[in-house]
Design a protein around this ligand. Structure first.
Ligand SMILES: Nc1ncnc2c1ncn2[C@@H]1O[C@H](COP(=O)(O)OP(=O)(O)O)[C@@H](O)[C@H]1O
Ligand SMILES: [Mg+2]
Length: 381
């Protein structure tokens, strides 16, 4: 077909700069967004402040365990309190470490080095000892306390690094004069404490700070706040928002709601619609893997969840036999139960099992996770 001479040519710049948008602030739906108005967590923020307060007066900060289900605001609370502390005192260095991305002693000390000294440590020589030594000397010299928040600390247990990391941070005062350190362990598992060695438990005596799941009403207010920040007025109807609130509350994960808001906004925008309708929401729900995943995971038994959790924690490919050995070092589970769990996870298309053709048939199956470990962990809790 001949192109009509009068048809305006598609202008790529127009597409890039097209600014008719439903989003007043699209960052409001980013996973790392820190809400200015952080409701319902005053008690927890107060407890965190109490742990850090001694350090502002040259004392030792307390240790803490921060417990609560996924999306209950743990990471947000830490980021907010650390920001407040650093704004008000130069006597405390607060270091937030994401243990999912930093799960070895060296990568953790690198993060601390970056925060205390201002750059990443060199990787040569005996890098861990040198980096540790530089950090502690610097703190000692400047008479600064150190609070390290180990976020999603369960990832440190996968290669048994947790004990070393806790011990090294907490025992620093024995070697470096005047160094005062504490650890905030952020976890979603209640039984976490029993995973630490006795020697660590004797130096890590934490305050327990619990983040309860949000109620329906709290979820409603938080999501409505987010709508006001993220969208222009009257873009999204109350009906759509209420539907999102109900789904979020049913699943019990605030992230699902925030994600749905973003998704249905994107869909409406891609159709050049000036409003977000229930049809856009339905499309968003179909696209949202988290919702499907959440409902599948809800139907798993505790043992099946346990096996899936271990699969999501290992970062190499294991065979079924290797994984069984690995799990039974830490947990009690019979081979029959384990095998049934693997088959069910495969049936539900959460994992793939591929025969390698070597060794015993059952044990030599290679396990591959069909979702990202992060997606699984976000939904498992
Ligand atoms: N009280 C709150 N007010 C506003 N937003 C919140 C609140 N609690 C959590 N959120 C939002 O929910 C999401 C998950 O919070 P996060 O702190 O990452 O939870 P956790 O670390 O417990 O998994 C983030 O987008 C965060 O902004
Ligand atoms: Mg978190």
């Amino acid at each position: 077909m001949d192109r009509n001479e009068n048809t305006p040519r598609l202008n790529i710049e127009d597409i890039l700069l097209f600014d008719e948008t439903l989003f007043r602030d699209s960052t409001a739906f980013d996973p790392a967004y820190i809400p200015e108005d952080y409701k319902y967590r005053d008690a927890q923020m107060g407890a965190l402040a109490m742990c850090i307060r001694p350090a502002l007066k040259k004392g030792k900060p307390s240790n803490a365990v921060i417990l609560g289900p996924c999306a209950s605001g743990k990471t947000t609370a830490i980021k907010k309190i650390f920001e407040l502390v650093e704004k008000n005192s130069n006597k405390v260095v607060c270091c937030h470490v994401n243990c999912q991305t930093n799960n070895t002693p060296f990568s953790i000390i690198s993060q601390i080095h970056q925060k205390v000294i201002g750059f990443k440590p060199p990787q040569t020589g005996s890098p861990l000892t040198k980096a540790y030594d530089s950090v502690m000397n610097k703190l000692s010299e400047n008479e600064k306390a150190l609070v390290v928040a180990l976020d999603d600390v369960q990832y440190l247990f996968q290669r048994n690094h947790a004990n070393t990391v806790f011990y090294d941070i907490l025992k620093a005062h024995e070697t470096y004069p005047n160094v005062k350190t504490s650890v905030f362990a952020i976890v979603s598992e209640i039984e976490f404490r029993y995973l630490l060695d006795k020697s660590v438990n004797s130096v890590f005596i934490p305050q327990e700070i619990v983040f309860q799941p949000y109620t329906h009403n709290e979820i409603s207010n938080i999501l409505n706040d987010r709508v006001r920040i993220g969208f222009y007025p009257n873009v999204i109807s109350e009906e759509v928002v209420d539907e999102i609130i109900d789904t979020t509350s049913e699943i019990g994960d605030l992230r699902v709601g925030i994600n749905l808001l973003r998704l249905c906004g994107n869909i409406a925008e891609s159709e050049a619609s000036k409003k977000i309708t229930i049809t856009h929401l339905e499309q968003a729900m179909n696209e949202s893997e988290d919702i499907g995943l959440n409902s599948i995971l809800k139907g798993l038994t505790n043992k099946e969840r346990l096996v899936l959790k271990y699969i999501s924690m290992i970062d190499e490919t294991y065979t079924a036999g290797e994984l069984f050995e690995y799990i039974t070092e830490k947990e009690k589970i019979s081979y029959a139960t384990y095998d049934r769990a693997l088959n069910k996870l495969e049936f539900l298309r959460l994992i793939d099992l591929n025969f390698t053709g070597k060794g015993k048939v059952g044990n030599s199956r290679l396990i591959t996770l069909r979702f990202s470990p992060e997606q699984i962990n976000n939904c498992l809790i």
